[in-house]
Write a protein of this length. Structure first.
Length: 95
């Protein structure tokens, strides 16, 4: 069975059409998740890719951005941003 792919550009344009205003970091994080769709990625990997470091303050910022992204994605039940306890996240796209 082939895994459905959703591109960063597609999801971002869909969210914008739905009236959500995405900031630069939110856009970068969503694109990173789309590139690593259905794969587990670590918090430190996200922090390094988006902010260039993984200190406490950027980690807290990531939490805020993920909360916003979850809110945006809540209208589409086929997309789930799953926590992987003690490691990171998995951006799941269902058929």
């Amino acid at each position: 069975m082939k895994t459905p792919r959703i591109t960063g550009s597609k999801i971002i344009s869909t969210l914008k059409r739905a009236g959500f205003e995405l900031g630069t970091k939110e856009t970068e994080i969503l694109r990173l998740f789309c590139l690593n769709q259905n794969q587990t990625i670590s918090r430190s990997y996200i922090l390094e890719k988006i902010w260039g470091n993984d200190d406490f303050y950027t980690s807290q910022s990531l939490d805020v951005y993920l909360s916003k992204i979850r809110k945006y994605l809540s209208c589409d039940k086929s997309i789930i941003l799953q926590n992987i306890h003690g490691f990171g996240y998995k951006f799941l796209v269902k058929e």
